[in-house]
Design a protein around this ligand. Sequence first.
Ligand code: CAO
Length: 261
Amino acid sequence: RILKEDILKYLNIESDEAQMQIKPSKPTFGDKTEPIKGFQKAMVKTMTASLKIPHFVYGDEIVVTKLSQLRKTVKKLPQSKDVKLSFMPFFIKAASNALQRYPIINATVDENCENVTYKTEHNIGIAMDTKMGLAVPVIKNVQKLSIIEISNELNRLITSGRDGTFSTEDLSAGTFTISNIGAIGGTYMKPVIMSPQLALIAMGASQILPRFDEFNNVVAEEILHLSGVADHRIVDGATMARFVQVLKKQIENPYLLFLNL
Ligand code: CAO
C-alpha cells in the first residue's frame, strides 16, 4: 500500500504544498486556451523530431538489492551526512562504464543520417521533472567523475531545476540520456530518444518481489525494470542488449562500478 507520506517523500515537498499538487485541480467552468511556451515548446520540437526515428524498445529487470544495501550503509556513515546519494549516481556511473565498451551508444547522427560521430565525452542527460516541465540537463564528462562527484553535480542540477536557473550550458551537448521515472512511480515505459542521440534508458520504480536463489529457494529481491530505446537505423538490437547487460551487471554488483571490470 502506498502511503500518502511515501508520495510526499518521493515528491520531496511539504505537506501543504503537496495537498495542492497531489489533489486534482478544482474543476473550472468553460474551456481555457493557453499558448505553448518555454520548456513545453522545446518538447514539441524535440519530441516531434525524435518520433520520426525508427525506435526499438528493449527491457530487462535489474536486481538492486545489493545497491540498496550499499546506499543504506553509506547513509549511516557520519562523513556522508551532507551527501544525498540516490540510485541515480550509480545508474549514471554504470551507464558510463558500459558506454566505454559500446561507443556506438554514445554517438550522434547527423540530420540526413549520413554520418555518425562517436563522442569521447560521456555527457549524460538526466530527464528531470521540474516546475517548468520536462528538462534534460546534462552531467558532463561522466567518464572522469567519481560517484560522489556525479551525485554533487546531479544535486546541483536538481536545485537549478527547482529554482529555474539552468544555464544554456547545463542543457546542451548531451550524448546519452537516463530517465528515472521510478522516482515518481511506475514500472515500464516506452521512452523517446533525444535526437541526435542514439539511445536512452528509463528506470522504473524498485519493488520488493519474490525470486528464486541458486538453491531454488524463494527470496525477496529488490527489483527495478529498465526500458531502453535506440535508433534502429544505426544501433542494432544485439548491441543495445549487450550494452544493457554490462550496465545491469555493474548495478547488480556495485563493486564493479569502482573496478569497471
Ligand atoms: N525506485 C525506487 N525509489 C526511487 C527510485 C526508483 N527508481 N528513484 C528514486 N527513488 C527514491 C530515492 O532513492 C529517494 O529516496 P530516499 O530519499 O529514501 O533516498 C526518493 O525516491 C527521491 O529521489 P529523488 O527524486 O530526490 O532523486 P533521484 O536522484 O532518484 O532522481 C530526478 C532525480 C531528477 C531524476 C527525479 O527527481 C526526476 O525528476 N524524475 C522524473 C524523470 C522524468 O520525468 N522522466 C520522464 C521523461 S519523459 O517525459
